[in-house]
Ligand binder design. Structure first.
Ligand code: AMP
Length: 142
């Protein structure tokens, strides 16, 4: 199975980030604009947290907080689990399944290269299965 670097090479989504003192509403706007379900929380160039739609649902809506006045740092998850660019896609899936999250930032030498989502991994698995089926079909037909 392919590496995380190969997945990132095939994506052109820019990094979606917020600061810890930004309002949750700002984070939601950035997620909506980019069409993603998570933002990375960066402070002075360092990855300090992650905030996803699930955090918003559980820690803002359900707890009766206001997204315009709640700072990102109050509901983000920290520390963030990350992978390196050479990590295999299968290992990322195992991590997502074990820790029950759907986003993995990819970090190399303290620089965030991108984010791999469960959607990216599913796309990869479907593509690989398609190739395998085509190869088997041509083997059977030959
Ligand atoms: P998700 O399934 O990605 O929406 O995330 C579910 C929960 O896990 C949320 O509370 C996220 O903030 C948290 N989370 C998501 N990705 C990560 C990660 N890579 N490391 C740590 N926590 C995460």
């Amino acid at each position: 199975m392919r590496s995380v670097r190969q997945i990132l090479d095939g994506k052109d989504t820019p990094l979606v980030t917020v600061g810890p003192d930004d309002a949750v509403l700002e984070a939601l706007k950035r997620m909506a604009e980019a069409g993603v379900g998570a933002v990375l929380v960066m402070d002075a160039g360092r990855l300090v947290g992650i905030l996803t739609e699930r955090d918003y649902a559980r820690k803002v809506v359900l707890q009766g907080r206001a997204s315009a006045t709640t700072p990102v740092r109050a509901i983000m998850t920290s520390p963030v689990r990350t992978v390196g660019p050479e990590q295999r896609a299968g290992e990322c899936m195992e991590m997502m399944s074990e820790y029950r999250f759907r986003h993995l930032p990819v970090v190399e030498d303290d620089v965030v290269l991108g984010v791999v989502s469960i959607g990216d991994l599913l796309k990869l698995v479907i593509e690989e299965q398609r190739h395998e089926i085509a190869a088997l079909q041509s083997y059977i037909a030959s």
